[in-house]
Design a protein around this ligand. Structure first.
Ligand SMILES: Cc1cc2nc3c(=O)[nH]c(=O)nc-3n(C[C@H](O)[C@H](O)[C@H](O)COP(=O)(O)O)c2cc1C
Length: 159
């Protein structure tokens, strides 16, 4: 077996939630993509991180943005997950969202959101790790969308 495939398979054994990270571009347009690299880092100060492949066409937008928002998807938001992982022109089409802190695009009906001021950016291999300080957060009791071994599920189906 090819080593990178073995590594991908092993990485995939860490069950995660699914999020869409968003920001507002220099043109004020909303930008975003699906991620599962989100992690909470610190309570005091409140810090989070996520990582972006350095092949992303959105790399410069996120590098230049002072803020980003993490939108943690609910189980019924599979379509939003697919939309923000696809190379389509308008990923926000048909999505219910509003402008939050610093004009950040915030998606409605998620299970949690973190509106963050970007702090450090660290080049790490083929990804860039973005750290942010949480300025606003919300959460709900909806069920999460779960990603495990390349498949989507819910906490109900995973139990
Ligand atoms: C469940 C899931 C998790 C993903 N996690 C990440 C991630 O953490 N970082 C990343 O750079 N891409 C991740 N991707 C891939 C991007 O969503 C996908 O490549 C998208 O096309 C990137 O948009 P961009 O090319 O406009 O940057 C993930 C995709 C899926 C479906």
């Amino acid at each position: 077996m090819d080593t990178s495939l073995a590594l991908r398979r092993a990485f995939g054994k860490f069950a995660t939630g699914v999020a869409v990270v968003t920001t507002s571009g220099p043109d004020d347009a909303p930008y975003g993509l699906t991620i599962n690299s989100f992690s909470s880092v610190s309570l005091t100060p409140p810090l989070v991180l996520w990582s972006l492949t350095n092949k992303s066409p959105n790399l410069e937008v996120f590098r230049n943005a002072s803020h980003f928002a993490i939108n943690i998807l609910a189980s019924q938001q599979r379509e939003i997950c697919n939309q923000f992982a696809s190379p389509i022109d308008d990923r926000f089409a048909g999505v219910d969202w509003f402008r939050g802190v610093n004009d950040l695009p915030v998606i409605r009906n998620t299970i949690a959101t973190f509106e963050c001021r970007r702090t450090q950016m660290v080049d790490a291999g083929d990804h860039v790790v973005f750290f942010g300080e949480v300025k606003e957060c919300e959460q709900s009791d909806l069920e999460p969308l779960v990603f495990f071994a390349g498949q989507f599920g819910t906490t109900q189906s995973a139990l």
